[in-house]
Design a protein around this ligand. Structure first.
Ligand SMILES: Cc1cc2nc3c(=O)[nH]c(=O)nc-3n(C[C@H](O)[C@H](O)[C@H](O)COP(=O)(O)OP(=O)(O)OC[C@H]3O[C@@H](n4cnc5c(N)ncnc54)[C@H](O)[C@@H]3O)c2cc1C
Length: 453
């Protein structure tokens, strides 16, 4: 009998798990369930389709269910919600009343956009942003309004703010914390990002949580700090929470960050024991941080596909582990790019670590080479061990390669001294200064650690 593998969720984690399981087990019967109409798209791309940088929503859909059926022999059941899982009998119960037994199950039900339960949040004109259907509806509605309030100045809120501003709308961002991209980057770095966005014409109201949305039949204004901000649309970018509907029903253990606790084999726990034949991946789980012992929720597409791969191998009957996540990220905001990896100062404090920072401002090309843009690099290291724990970059171009470079260093437990000596950068005048800004920041940090600054 071929092995029966069921995957719940057709996002980055679920579809990667299904495809990887197929590679590792050509005989298996593989079924994927998703409540969504569309599959194989990146929520990251929805914003660009709204803005029109990507012409239509069809272009962001990488593959159809028919493709998975024909090319990979995987049955994808769209618009099919799984209502429950009987862990003891190993049966998936679909909301339409049908059921399917499994030998191995991958649970990859992602996250849900968190929306604070404030007055007026159900009014027409209030949007969240993740799915293609939401993107299409928002794009149509944006044609009928010229004034938008965005709630939340995290990466998604800022990307949305820039996109809507590029469409010529008046944009106000309301943020409860005092700085943009809070906790993920430090105040000094977020100040550069905010200033750039303000230069694009985006208005920020910081340290002021939204308290209500007003309107008779549809949105007319948002209220924060006792002030009313008139608008025709409110976009809630107030975070993503693990989708715990099925994990709770299945009795899986939920960790201190509000996500499913998983082993390195990506098995969940139930009654303090690993559950055999079930694997979890993506936005719904928490895992170990690769920067320091302790749990994190990565909630990135790049993490979801890596975890999906491990879950798929194990579901197919193989053995793989996902030790920890460092969560490197990058975003483009108008003419600047921001990126980070590992711990920010705020996250280091959360983990109770004592850290030292090094920062440098440089250029993305040799000083004499035309077109160079300013770039700021910041590196954080453990005060005791000098091990690099995190890095942040904000600049006019080329931050991705640099953040990947730092990610490699952190994953290899490199100290600042080792980085300065051995982590040489490739150089030619159009790509960097001979001593790259990252190396400059590392030298500043080394001097501080060794007491000479
Ligand atoms: C606007 C936006 C922009 C982003 N930009 C980036 C970026 O630039 N870079 C980056 O790395 N990450 C980005 N992310 C994060 C990234 O999209 C997520 O981390 C990733 O999609 C998580 O994948 P996942 O498979 O865990 O979950 P999801 O993609 O959320 O997939 C969950 C799946 O589970 C299904 N499902 C849930 N419950 C059930 C049920 N009961 N029955 C059947 N099916 C069910 C859903 O239909 C869906 O198919 C962004 C996210 C958003 C919202």
């Amino acid at each position: 009998m071929p092995r029966k593998i069921v995957v719940i969720g057709a996002g980055g984690a679920g579809l990667t798990a299904a495809s990887t399981a197929r590679e590792h087990n050509p005989e298996a019967k593989i079924d994927v369930f998703t409540e969504d109409e569309y599959i194989a798209y990146s929520p990251c791309a929805v914003i660009y389709a709204i803005e029109g940088v990507i012409e239509d929503f069809d272009s962001i859909i990488m593959h159809t269910p028919e493709y998975y059926g024909k090319k990979r022999n995987i049955s994808v059941h769209t618009k099919t919600k799984v209502a429950s899982v009987d862990v003891d009998k190993k049966i998936v119960n679909v909301a339409d009343g049908t059921s399917m037994p499994y030998d191995a199950l991958v649970l990859a039900t992602g996250g849900r956009m968190f929306v604070p339960p404030i007055e007026g949040v159900k009014l027409p004109g209030v949007y969240t942003i993740k799915h293609v259907a939401e993107g299409k509806a928002m794009k149509a509605a944006l044609k009928k309004t010229d004034c938008v309030v965005i709630v939340g100045a995290g990466v998604i809120g800022l990307m949305m703010a820039v996109a809507v501003r590029n469409l010529g709308k008046k944009v106000t961002v309301l943020e409860r914390y005092p700085n943009v991209i809070p906790r993920i980057i430090d105040e000094d770095m977020s100040a550069i990002v905010q200033k750039h966005c303000e230069g694009l014409g985006i208005k920020f109201v910081m340290g002021t949580p939204i308290t209500a949305i007003k309107g008779k039949e549809k949105v007319e204004s948002a209220v924060a700090g006792g002030k009313e901000y008139p608008c025709g649309m409110v976009i809630m970018a107030t975070g993503v929470r693990a989708n715990l509907e099925l994990p709770n029903q299945m009795g899986l253990e939920i960790g201190q960050l509000g996500a499913v606790r998983a082993s390195t084999t990506l098995q969940p726990y139930r009654n303090d024991h690993l559950v055999s034949d079930i694997y979890v991946a993506g936005d719904m789980i928490m895992c170990e941080s690769a920067a320091t012992p302790g749990p994190i929720m990565s909630q990135l597409g790049s993490t979801a596909v890596r975890q999906g791969r491990v879950a798929g191998i194990n579901a197919a009957g193989g053995y793989a582990t996902y030790p920890a996540a460092l969560s490197p990220w990058v975003t483009y905001l108008g003419e600047i790019q921001a990126a980070g990896t590992g711990l920010s100062k705020g996250l280091a404090e959360y983990f109770g670590l004592s850290i030292v920072e090094g920062k440098a401002v440089g250029l993305t090309r040799a000083r004499y080479y035309p077109g160079g843009k300013e770039i700021t690099a910041k590196i954080i290291a453990d005060k005791e061990t000098h091990r690099i724990l995190g890095a942040q970059l904000v600049g006019g171009e080329e931050v991705t390669g640099r953040i990947n470079w730092m990610t490699g260093a952190i994953l290899n437990n490199v100290t600042v001294e080792e980085f300065v000596t051995s982590y040489e950068n490739a150089y030619c005048p159009p790509t960097s200064m001979v001593k790259d800004v990252v190396n400059q920041a590392a030298e500043v940090l080394m001097a501080k650690l060794n007491g000479s600054k």
